[in-house]
Structure formats: C-alpha cells, structure tokens
Design a protein around this ligand. Structure first.
Ligand SMILES: C[S@@+](CC[C@H](N)C(=O)[O-])C[C@H]1O[C@@H](n2cnc3c(N)ncnc32)[C@H](O)[C@@H]1O
Length: 305
C-alpha cells in the first residue's frame, strides 16, 4: 500500500481546504459556509491561526482567483440545489462527492433523498471523520463507484434510487480527472436512469484552450498566465490525480444534447463576480479573474407525467 498522505482524496482535500478558508471569513463577508470542511483539511490549525485574509493572500501567491473560483463553484451549486429542491426535485445525486457536505450544511427539505457517489476508499475516510449528530444523516446513501471502470445504474437502484422522481445531479470538479469516455458514459447512464423525470444536470469542465491558448482562461492582464496554467495543471498531478480530460463548449453542449439534456447555463468566475463577490465588498479585479473551468447547467428535455 502507498504511504502517501493522500489516498485518492488529495484533490477532495484541496477543495475542502478552500471551503474551510472561506468559512473563516466574517459572516457578512463570506460567500459560502461549510462548518464541516475543517475535519478534512491537513494543517487546519495553522489555517485557523492565519485566518481568512492571510490564507487567501497565500493562495493568491499560487494563483490569483484560485480560491474565489472554487468558492464560486460551490456557491453556484449550493444555489442551484436549493432552488431545485424547493421547486420539487425529490432526489439529489452527488457524483464524485469527495468531502462535499452539501447534504448536511444546506437547509434542504427533509423529503430530498441524497445519493453520494465516489470511490469507496474516499467514502470510508469521509464517513470516519463525520460527527455523530450530523443533520439529515438518515437521508444520505453512499454509493461506491469508480467511474472509469464501473457502471452506476445497478448501485444507484440498489441504494433505493427511484427512476420516476425528479432528480438533480451534480458532477463538480470531476470531469478533468476521468477519461472523456467515462464522462460520456456517466451522462448517458444518468440520462437513461432518470428518463422522463424532468432532471437537472450540473457539470464542470476544464476548457481545452488551457492547452493551446492559456491566456484565454484568465482575465486581461492576469500575471504570467501561461506559466500559471502549467502550475495549476500540475498541482493535482502532484497528489496523484492528473487532469486528463479537457472540453470545448460545443463538445459539452453536444454531449448533453445527445443524451436529452438542453444546456441552459455556462458560467465562469467572470460571470459570477457581480453576484457573489461584489455584494460582500470583495469584487475580483479583471487581472485576477480565473476562468479555466466552466459551470454548466442542463435540463432534461422530458418531464414527469
Ligand atoms: C476535486 S475532487 C471534487 C470533490 C467534490 N466534488 C468537491 O467539489 O468538493 C474530485 C473527486 O472526484 C472523485 N473521483 C476522481 N476519479 C474518480 C473515479 N474514477 N471514480 C469515482 N470518483 C472519482 C475523487 O475521489 C474526488 O472526490
């Protein structure tokens, strides 16, 4: 067995770290709140000591906008899930859930059934760190799947997934780590599994221009864009989870539409600055805008009868 401190969960820890840093901001200045993130972060005591401002400043030295990008992704999905749950979705599938605690930290209707899907090793580690008195715990089922090798359908059905109910599905920060075929087959399976149920699908993807035109992935004047693009790409490889798949917007739209999902939104941090950061006095300047990952929402073309 490897003695790495990361056991398939290095990137999940990385995202949890940014959520913890954000949670340390003053309540009227923070964009998201994740009271559980700290449990999954190595060196959390040091981050607590440094506080929000210094921790964000240090992250900026690595890549301006990196923290805000991940936080805007979390907030965008929080809003989407809350809106969908309030308007009648009865099930929520979190694909590649990692250390996402949305099922417990958002105020979701008790009737919403949540299915968390990830690699079994990551789920075991997650569950060992969760508090005993977790809100909404009885509504969450854990489904252990490797997207590159296994199919989801059987496991989701065995876990009690109901094909007739309206469902929201999120694939957050995952498509870059799995093969394009695995992303395509996951979307296909979910489209078939949720057929006629009026589902909503969220997927994030890394823009393929990162490879041939890195400057396009950042705001105007972003410092050392090409070099930074390389550093960011290598960061996850260092914890054993390299980025292997990149998409262009048309490719994603086609993939979704071939599976009965119509694209309704495609956003980056540049689009969410006004909505999330300006109101809390933290507007991100153009030369710190980080937009190499897109946040896409699609709706299934069919509705429940
Ligand atoms: C960057 S983390 C994102 C976690 C979570 N969605 C978030 O945003 O906090 C990527 C997640 O994808 C999961 N993942 C990567 N490859 C996978 C695979 N082949 N099958 C299932 N899950 C996978 C990892 O275990 C990890 O939890």
């Amino acid at each position: 067995m490897s003695d790495s401190i990361f056991r398939k969960d290095g990137t999940a820890q990385g995202v949890a770290k940014q959520r913890y840093i954000e949670t340390l901001a003053k309540p009227d200045q923070r964009v998201i709140n994740d009271p559980y993130a700290k449990r999954f972060v190595l060196g959390a005591s040091l981050i607590t000591l440094m506080g929000h401002k210094l921790s964000v400043w240090i992250t900026q030295k690595f890549a301006p906008g990196f923290h805000e990008h991940l936080i805007s992704r979390t907030r965008f999905i929080d809003d989407l899930v809350e809106k969908n749950a309030a308007s009648g979705s009865e099930q929520y599938i979190i694909l590649g859930a990692g250390y996402d605690l949305r099922a417990h930290r958002l105020e979701l209707p008790f009737s919403l059934k949540v299915f968390e899907v990830d690699q079994p090793e990551v789920q075991v580690r997650k569950r060992s760190k969760l508090p005993k008195d977790l809100p909404n715990a009885s509504n969450v089922s854990y489904v252990g799947v490797d997207f590159n090798r296994q199919s989801l359908t059987e496991q989701l059905l065995a876990a009690g997934f109901d094909q007739s109910k309206r469902t929201i599905i999120t694939l957050e920060g995952v498509s870059q780590y799995i093969s394009k075929d695995a992303t395509a087959s996951t979307i296909k399976e979910l489209s078939e599994l949720t057929n006629h149920s009026g589902s909503t699908f969220f997927i994030s993807y890394v823009d393929e221009s990162l490879k041939n035109d890195p400057e396009a992935c950042f705001g105007k004047g972003y410092p050392k864009a090409t070099k930074r693009a390389e550093t960011i790409k290598n960061l996850s490889a260092k914890v054993g989870e390299p980025w292997v798949s990149f998409f262009n917007p048309e490719e994603i739209e086609t993939l979704l539409s071939e599976n009965g999902f119509a694209l309704t939104q495609n956003k980056t941090l540049a689009d969410l600055n006004d909505e999330y950061f300006t109101p809390v006095g933290r507007r991100i300047p153009e030369h710190h805008i980080f937009k190499l990952e897109h946040f896409v929402v699609a709706e299934s073309n069919t509705t429940a009868t």
